[in-house]
Structure formats: C-alpha cells, structure tokens
Design a protein around this ligand. Structure first.
Ligand SMILES: Cc1cc2nc3c(=O)[nH]c(=O)nc-3n(C[C@H](O)[C@H](O)[C@H](O)COP(=O)(O)OP(=O)(O)OC[C@H]3O[C@@H](n4cnc5c(N)ncnc54)[C@H](O)[C@@H]3O)c2cc1C
Length: 417
C-alpha cells in the first residue's frame, strides 16, 4: 500500500519505520527541514515505563487553585475566550476524578510497558545510539507524608513490577551521589529501577535516516494544507508544494493534528500544553547524575544525556505560542542548581519550549477515523517519547488489517464523542 505519514516527530517517524518494515511504500511529510524538530526535540528524556501517569489527577484542581496568579506555578491554565479551549479544560477537570484517573493510569502503564518492549526489539535490530541509560528513576519528596502516601498509592497496583523501593535521603544519595547536598530539603525518594532515559531527538533523527535507508521517502519543508477526501474516503493530501495520492494516511501532527482534521469534520480535543526545558553542558563534571530524577514538588524532571543534563517541566495552557518566557527558564535553572549544585553552575543552559499535544484524559488517540483510510496516531501529551514505539506498532498493525498485540480500546478516536 502507499501510505503517507503526516508529521516527522517521534510518533510519525516510529510509525513510518514499522510501516516501511512491513513492506509498505511510505512517504513522510513535515514542514520542518528534518525529523524531530518540534515537540520531540528537547523533552525530559524519561522513558516512563513504570511511572507513566495521566496528568489529569485528583490533586491537580487543588494545585491549579493554589498557584493561580503565581509565576512559579508548575501548571498554569490561562483560559482565553475560546470555546474549544474552555471545553477542553472542562473535560480535563472531569478526568481528574479518582475513578477516571485510576482507569486512565492503567491504560497509560499498559501502553508504556508494551512500548518499552517494542523499543527493546527495535534496539536489538537497529544500531541507534541515543544517549540511552537504563539506571532507573528517582522520585524525590520534600516531606515524609507525601512520600509515604505516594508509596502506598503505587503499591495498590496489582502487578509488583510497578512497586517502587522507598528510600531515606541517605539511601537515595548512596544510589545517586550527585544528590549529595548539605542544604538538601528532600526527605526521601521512591526508586523505580526499570526506568530509562534517552535523547528523543537523537532517536527520532537516526530512526528517520534508517527508515529512509529501508526505502521510505521523506518530503521535508512542506506544509500539509489539506487531506483530499472523496465520498468519506481519504485519497491523498495537498501540501503548499504538491499533491500526493495514497491508499492510507496517518495523522501524527502533534498539537496541530486537530486543526487539520477539523477541515474534514473530525473534532479531536487535542490542545497544546506548553513546557520548557534547559540543557546544560556537563563535560568534565564527575558530580553529574546518572539516573533519571523527578522532583515531585516542582514537577521537574532531570535526565543525563551523554555530556549534557536535561531539566524539563511546567505546563501552560496558553495556546500555540512558542515564545520562551525568561521567568520559566530562570526557574528551571534555579531548580537545576538547587538539586545538582555541583555540576550545573558553570555551563550555560540552552533554553527550549515545546507544545505537548494533550487530550483531556492525557491518553493518545490511536485508530482509524470515521473517514475510511484516514488513521490517527496522535495526542501523546506528556508521554509521547515513552509511548512512541507501542503506538506506532499498534497503528501499523491496524493498517495491516490485524489486531494489535495490545488492547487499545481505551485509545479509540471515538471516545470523546
Ligand atoms: C517540556 C516537555 C517535556 C517532556 N518530557 C517527556 C518525557 O520525559 N518523556 C516522554 O515520554 N515524553 C515527554 N514529553 C512529551 C513528548 O515530547 C511528546 O509527547 C512527543 O514529542 C510528541 O511527539 P509527536 O511526534 O506526536 O509530535 P511532534 O514532535 O510535535 O511532531 C509533530 C510534527 O508535525 C509537524 N507538523 C505539524 N503541522 C504540520 C503541517 N501542517 N504540515 C507539515 N508538518 C506539520 C511538525 O513540524 C512536527 O515535526 C515532553 C514534552 C515537553 C514539551
């Protein structure tokens, strides 16, 4: 089949890879000059195999109220007079109910585990070096009560592989000496030994090269303007430069998926949730961390990517604006200096902002749309790096006419209607 994949982020590229391996004639189209240059470029780097969790959780409404009007808020909703954004925010808050959160969390974890196994398979067949580390992740807590509650909550999951190890602050430092800090405010941590970290951009761009070697065609620098539909069948796409015919089309345009699909009468509640990162050079610093680290109170993650330390966080519902708010970057820099004072003071941080393509239940949308031959693999929100291989394997199976190896009924495009 001739398959067109729209979008060359980590979601589109993994999709193109599996489809090409499955024998399809694949064309990838992206407006950027290469792969992985938007949201997949400088994310937190955590492959959350054991900690994938929807952001719509019972403590979020309280947090939004607590930080309202504060510049240092981990999450900020700046609602504009936009009906669709308003509806999205209401749906998001509805998904914060305990019962809904627990259900979405199980779906998130199942997809994360499946995705991790697919990533492992991909690594064993392709030679892709992306500063990967498999040393686990440390979740830091500033007070004992929150630590104990989080430990108790993690242990309610029936499968023991999701149960973390609870550590005192000294035990945490024994595992990760880079956390040694006489002014540390942390009381302890949860340790998830099965987590990994890695550079999503390196992975995406190298996998794109490999997919091209396998025979896929890449059209960079082309903006997708329209999906061509006849009698409820998608038959091709029009870009600012050309038209392309196809037997199947996969939409993986991140936060821009819903705009294009609206033209075809498909309403998807995907909104951009802006986040920031800084990348700090740590060459020659032997006090840099090797584990993934998550400061729960600040909602900030750290990952070691070769000779760099990535620090990422914050969520702003502010539309499609990608400008960099200096205050946010200063806060991330302060976070990095507070947690890792020894290795972050000399290098100058590289700032970045990206738009997480977020659905109200914080789960991706995977499946065929109401329009025949038009498939969706999008809306991966805060966990797209983690879920990329599993989502891509699943949509490729669907296009091949097979049932995916994972139950994706909770990810169906129709669930919001
Ligand atoms: C601060 C931050 C930290 C994060 N940390 C983590 C983490 O630690 N772990 C994790 O698992 N996930 C993390 N994520 C989430 C993850 O980065 C995203 O879910 C993922 O990158 C989404 O990939 P995507 O391919 O769907 O979208 P994108 O990477 O945005 O790709 C979409 C592509 O579509 C193209 N495009 C859009 N519209 C058009 C058009 N009209 N025509 C042509 N091309 C178009 C764009 O150029 C882009 O290349 C984080 C995100 C952010 C912002």
């Amino acid at each position: 089949m001739r398959v067109i994949v729209l979008g060359a982020g980590v979601t589109g590229i993994t999709t193109a890879y599996y489809l090409t391996k499955d024998g399809h004639e694949v064309t990838v189209i992206d407006r950027k000059p290469g792969a992985g240059l938007e949201t997949s470029f400088a994310n937190g780097g955590i492959v959350c195999r054991l900690t994938a969790s929807p952001w719509a959780s019972p403590n979020v409404p309280k947090m939004l109220l607590k930080y309202i009007f504060r510049d240092d808020a981990p999450y900020t909703f700046r609602l504009r007079p936009d009906f669709r954004q308003m509806m999205w925010a209401i749906q998001f808050l509805k998904n914060c109910r305990q019962s809904k959160f627990e259900q979405s969390k199980l779906t998130a974890l199942e997809l994360a585990e499946y995705s991790f196994l697919e990533l492992e398979k991909l690594r064993s067949s392709e030679d892709i070096e992306y500063d990967q580390r498999a040393e686990g992740m440390i979740e830091l807590y500033k007070d004992e009560r929150s630590l104990e509650l989080a430990n108790k909550s993690a242990k309610t999951l029936p499968d023991k592989k999701y149960h973390p190890q609870m550590l005192s602050i000294q035990e945490t430092i024994d595992i990760e000496p880079a956390l040694t800090n006489k002014d540390s405010q942390y009381k302890g941590a949860l340790f998830y030994s099965g987590e990994e970290t890695g550079d999503a951009y390196k992975f995406t761009s190298l996998l794109a090269e490999r997919t091209q070697q396998l025979g896929a065609k890449f059209c960079y620098g082309e903006n997708v303007d329209r999906i061509i539909i006849n009698n409820f069948h998608a038959s091709g796409i029009a870009t600012n430069k050309d038209q392309y015919a196809a037997d199947a089309i996969v939409v993986s345009l991140g936060s821009f998926s819903s705009g294009l699909l609206r033209q075809c009468g498909i309403k998807l509640p995907i909104f951009p949730l802006k986040g920031y990162s800084i990348t700090i050079p740590i060459e020659g610093q032997n006090t840099a961390p090797t584990h993934g680290v998550h400061d729960i109170s600040r909602r900030v993650v750290f990952s070691r990517l070769g000779n760099r330390l990535r620090c990422a966080g914050t969520a702003e519902l502010t539309g499609f604006d990608l400008s960099i708010n200096k205050k946010r970057i200063d806060l991330l820099t302060e976070d990095a200096q507070r947690v890792f004072p020894d290795c972050t003071s000399s290098g100058s941080p590289e700032p970045w902002a990206g738009l997480r393509p977020m659905t109200p239940d914080c789960l991706p949308i995977i499946g065929e749309s109401r329009i025949k031959n038009l498939y969706l693999n999008t809306g991966h929100g805060s966990t797209g790096w983690t879920w990329s291989c599993g989502s891509a394997r699943a949509i490729s199976d669907i296009i091949n006419g097979n049932f995916p190896d994972i139950n994706i009924s909770g990810l169906d495009p129709e669930r919001f209607n």
